[in-house]
Write a protein that binds this ligand. Structure first.
Ligand SMILES: Cc1cc2nc3c(=O)[nH]c(=O)nc-3n(C[C@H](O)[C@H](O)[C@H](O)COP(=O)(O)OP(=O)(O)OC[C@H]3O[C@@H](n4cnc5c(N)ncnc54)[C@H](O)[C@@H]3O)c2cc1C
Length: 86
């Protein structure tokens, strides 16, 4: 079993994380590492301002949890490919 870490849980990263889980035979551990636990799509930000969305509705944790994926909201500090186990 592999541990797949998707960097960023914006538009691309969230779709990628969900699609990886939906692939037939995918029993791998899948995590999304994002800066923060809320979904941000820039053009939709005014929805919050005018009350069309509440903060809990853009909480990523339930979305990831429903698919048995983990969310790490601490953000990545650096990539270190040389340290990857063989
Ligand atoms: C003003 C504006 C208006 C736009 N209007 C439209 C529109 O009308 N229609 C449209 O289709 N597109 C629009 N876009 C473009 C759209 O927002 C982007 O194309 C899209 O969000 C890009 O997706 P992405 O996944 O590459 O990046 P993002 O959605 O930006 O996601 C990047 C993610 O990476 C995370 N991240 C950053 N640093 C780290 C780190 N160190 N570790 C872990 N995670 C990290 C961030 O928290 C974020 O969640 C607009 C963009 C802007 C700025």
């Amino acid at each position: 079993m592999s541990h797949i870490v998707v960097l960023g849980a914006g538009l691309g990263g969230t779709i990628m994380t969900c699609n990886l889980r939906n692939r037939p035979g995918s029993q791998h551990r899948i995590s999304g590492r994002n800066r923060g636990r809320h979904y941000h799509f820039v053009p939709s930000r005014p929805w919050g301002a005018v009350g069309w969305r509440e903060r809990r509705q853009v909480d990523l944790e339930p979305v990831f949890g429903r698919r048995d994926n983990a969310l790490c909201p601490q953000g990545a500090e650096r990539l270190d490919p040389a340290a990857k186990p063989a």
